[in-house]
Design a protein around this ligand. Structure first.
Ligand SMILES: CCCCCCCCCCCCCCCC(=O)SCCNC(=O)CCNC(=O)[C@H](O)C(C)(C)COP(=O)(O)OP(=O)(O)OC[C@H]1O[C@@H](n2cnc3c(N)ncnc32)[C@H](O)[C@@H]1OP(=O)(O)O
Length: 160
C-alpha cells in the first residue's frame, strides 16, 4: 500500500501485526471523532472491519471549510486520526496519538464523502504503527501514517 511513512512511523524489523479485536463496547459520547453527544463532532462509525482493515466514511459539510467550498486540512487530519485511533484501540490496549503524518493529495469539496480505511503495520512494545487513507469518488485524496503510544488508564483521568 502506498504510504507516506517516515522513519518515525515505520515499524522496526520484528514488529508484529496483531489481528484486530472487536471495537471497544463503550465509546466516549463526547469524542469529537466518534461521540454521539459531540454536537459539533464528525460522528464516525465503522462501516467495515475484516480483522485487519477498518473502514468508515465522512461527509464534508460547510462547517468543515477552510478555503471556500473546500475541506479544511485539519478536519481531514482529525478524521484520519480517529480512523487510525479506532484501529489502535482494537489492538486491545489504550493508545493515544504521538505522531501523525498526513499527505493532502487533492482538494476535497464540501459535499464529498471521504471513504476512509485504516490498518496497523506493526506493534513494538508500547508503540503501535498505523496507516490510513481516504478516497473521494475513487481517487486517493488524503493519507496518513502515525505512531500511537500505549498509555495507562490514568492517562484519561479527569484533570482539575
Ligand atoms: C473511557 C472509554 C473510552 C473508549 C474510547 C474508545 C474509542 C476508540 C477510538 C479512540 C480513537 C481516538 C482517536 C484520537 C486519538 C487522539 O487524538 S489522542 C489525543 C492526542 N494525543 C495526545 O494527547 C498525546 C499527548 N502526548 C502524551 O500524552 C505523551 O507524550 C505520550 C504520547 C503518552 C508519550 O509520553 P510517555 O508515556 O511519557 O512516553 P515516552 O517515554 O515519552 O515515549 C515512549 C516512546 O515513544 C516515543 N515517542 C513518543 N512520542 C513520540 C513522537 N511524537 N514521535 C516519535 N516518537 C515518539 C519515544 O521516543 C519513546 O521511544 P523509546 O525511547 O521507547 O524508543
Amino acid at each position: 500500500m502506498t504510504t507516506p511513512a517516515s522513519a518515525k512511523t515505520t515499524p522496526p524489523t520484528g514488529a508484529v501485526v496483531p489481528a484486530l479485536k472487536e471495537p471497544p463496547p463503550t465509546e466516549y459520547d463526547g469524542c469529537f471523532g466518534c461521540g454521539d453527544q459531540a454536537s459539533d463532532g464528525i460522528r464516525l462509525k465503522h462501516t467495515g472491519l475484516d480483522g485487519k482493515v477498518a473502514e468508515t466514511a465522512f461527509t464534508v459539510v460547510e462547517a468543515h471549510q477552510g478555503a471556500p467550498g473546500l475541506a479544511h486540512g485539519g478536519i481531514l487530519a482529525a478524521a484520519l486520526d480517529e480512523a487510525l485511533g479506532s484501529v489502535a484501540w482494537m489492538l486491545g490496549k489504550r493508545y493515544v496519538t504521538g505522531r501523525l503524518e498526513t499527505d493532502f493529495l487533492t482538494p476535497v469539496p464540501v459535499g464529498s464523502t471521504v471513504q476512509l480505511r485504516a490498518w496497523c503495520t506493526g506493534v513494538d512494545g508500547r508503540k503501535a504503527y498505523l496507516e490510513g487513507e481516504g478516497h473521494v469518488d475513487g481517487k486517493l485524496a488524503v493519507r496518513a501514517a502515525a505512531l500511537f503510544i500505549e498509555v495507562p488508564e490514568e492517562h484519561f483521568e479527569e484533570r482539575p
